[in-house]
Design a protein around this ligand. Structure first.
Ligand code: MG
Length: 222
């Protein structure tokens, strides 16, 4: 990278991180928790979020900020589940940034929201650099993608507070070594919690729900 390109990049990331801090302060002021959910396309982010909505919506106000290159398919699914969703279309951009999320927060009634899921654009490369103001990052991968994914995209997995392995119902057909996977994550990110689940069958989801509930209790007291 040339010095000039480097300087531009540092400016962009600096401005983003100031906006991210301001998003976080705003959420802290209304005692809302925001989770940034990251994965490749098709790992099951929307399904995992919908499962959590189903489990938690009776006791917590939930909203979703949906990041997609195009379409409002995921936001429509979330609204059908009965919670507010703000769709952000990046028009080709491969990640959300803190300013986009700040504008989405303007559209939510934060006084009635305890928990916000940000479903980031399906991408494990450029999403990693942009702090959105979330309190926790959740990295999702699915069994068909392979257990070597954390080595290929270490920034996302090393920076995650929770790692969710989805689609364990198809594990018999793939070489993904579920037993050894927590050790892979532990080697690069000892503090991360690892959950092996199937959003389709419901297997293993209780751990994922409990982690969200614990995070809510710590930050919002509910
Ligand atoms: Mg989705």
């Amino acid at each position: 990278m040339s010095p000039r390109t480097l300087a531009i990049r540092e400016n962009i990331l600096g401005a983003n991180s100031r906006q991210a801090d301001s998003n976080r302060k705003r959420l802290d002021g209304s005692r809302a928790v925001m989770l940034n959910v990251l994965s490749s396309p098709g790992s099951g982010k929307t399904s995992l979020i919908l499962r959590a909505i189903d489990r938690l919506k009776a006791r917590a106000g939930i909203a979703v900020i949906e990041g997609d290159v195009a379409s409002s398919i995921d936001a429509d699914r979330v609204r059908l589940a009965g919670v507010p969703a703000v769709q952000i279309n990046t028009g080709g951009g491969c990640h959300l940034d803190a300013l986009m999320v700040g504008k989405a927060l303007d559209e939510l009634d934060l006084g009635h929201i305890d928990l916000i899921f940000v479903e980031n654009v399906g991408n494990l490369v450029c999403t990693a650099d942009f702090d959105l103001g979330a309190h926790k990052n959740v990295a999702v991968l699915s069994v068909p993608e392979g257990d070597d994914k954390p080595f290929k995209y270490p920034v996302v997995f090393a920076g995650a507070d929770a790692v969710v392995v989805n689609k364990i119902d198809v594990a018999p057909y793939f070489d993904f070594k579920l037993d050894g996977f927590p050790r892979i994550i532990g080697g690069m990110n000892p503090a991360a919690k690892v959950f092996a689940v199937s959003a389709r069958t419901g297997e293993g989801l209780d751990g994922w729900f409990s982690w969200i509930e614990e995070t809510l209790k710590q930050r919002s007291g509910i």
